[in-house]
Design a protein around this ligand. Sequence first.
Ligand code: NAD
Length: 487
Amino acid sequence: MTLASVMRKRLFINNEWRDGEGSKTLDVVNPATEEIVAEVASADRADVDAAVRAARAALNGPWSKMSARDRGRLLWRVGDALMERADEIARLETLHNGKPIFESRQIEIPAAAECFQYYAGWADKLHGETIPVRGEYLAYTLREPVGVIAAIVPWNFPLLLTAWKVAPALACGNTVIIKPASQTPLTAIALAEIAAEIGVPPGVLNVITGPGSTVGQMLVEHPGIDKIAFTGDTATGKGIMRGAAETLKKITLELGGKSPNIVFADADLDAAIRGATTGIFYGKGEVCAAGSRLLVDKAVKHEFVDKVAARAKKMVPGDPMDPKTRLGAVASRKQLETDLRYIEVAKKEGAELVAGGARADIGTGKGYFLQPTIFDGVTPDMTIAREEIFGPVLAAIEFGDVDEAIARANDSTYGLAAAVWTRDIKKAHHVARCLQAGTVWINTYNVYDTAAPFGGYKQSGFGREMSVHALEHYTQLKTVWVDLNRA
Ligand code: NAD
């Protein structure tokens, strides 16, 4: 594969590569160069139907007959194969998303591989239970797969968020149709290539590409699909919930965030400065759990924000393919325009721009680069304190005491993540309990592990990904009663 030429990629249905029935395609753009790097088939209703048929046939056929241990072995091999091809897959991830190759190669692809191997271990450890019921009965439960799962994935961590859904789904014996984001389909397609190579049976893992508004919607409404595992925008998630209601599909939703990063005056301030910076600028701020609201104790706010701003000014966006780059290109023109629009709104509403605020040029005159941006003097009612921007834009807000910090942190429709920085262990745990968020970090930020659950409170969604808890969402319980007095 040469990255210089335009790649052509097709749909992956029943272990076959096919063009879409309607012969439509969509272009994949490298956000660092604005060049088209791939042309990908765009599915039609007939393709969606074919994928559902293949997934259903596999579910009822070879996949259900494979032992749980062999399923686990296959998942383990997916993880191995991802690492064997990690250099190439990391380049694809950076090519379509614009994130630094350092992040793709060192963090995201290994985390995706680890996710497959974590769930490989679970495949043969899922079982029902016997229940001590009243009377002469044997009652037991079977833990069975939910069925055909549609995994609808956003563009910010294209492979990792696919792995968070596909790995537990397959470990539990489901079959999957992956619908990657239109902007970033290349690594899900690479995953399909791996599945075919290592002998995942036909129909177990399918990838269909195309716009969310058509192909995504068809999956949501399709009567042949049993569950939607979705990560994306909160507004899209609400639409999915409505669309899935007609067929009463099971759904899990991982949605947006506006996560507070709370710094008390008694914190290790140097560590907190680093945490505040990476909390918002890692992944260009296109991270659902980004610490986009920096809540700082009045006593140290001025000095603290100055220091974070000084660090931000040193973070210069660069060529994402350069291993030294730590800040890449915003993922799309649309997202860049969104970021710039919020920056203008913040200025109009009276926030004080203390770093960045403009498009950046890495010397090529091309690419969607944005300076890391910080606003000070943000008040809780301002738009940038309330709405998710999904870019490298930080809003600094001050607070007076612990209660005000908690109240301001919780003053959001979102509840995905939060952090608290303090040396006072009692205060740290008190605040952690009071925060309405699915994840709370104490004296750190953006730490994840496949063994630890992740998901939202409030309008950041429901259900949990990763960990043992995700298995609940990919299985259903059947209770079996046996009358012991009858033959
Ligand atoms: P998006 O909602 O626009 O798209 C996500 C996916 O849904 C894409 O595959 C898209 O094609 C598809 N889609 C769009 N409209 C659809 C419809 N009507 N029916 C079915 N599918 C549809 O989100 P995005 O812009 O790709 O991603 C950014 C959002 O994702 C942010 O809000 C971010 O916070 C959120 N996010 C959340 C988490 C989390 O774990 N909570 C993780 C990453 C991203």
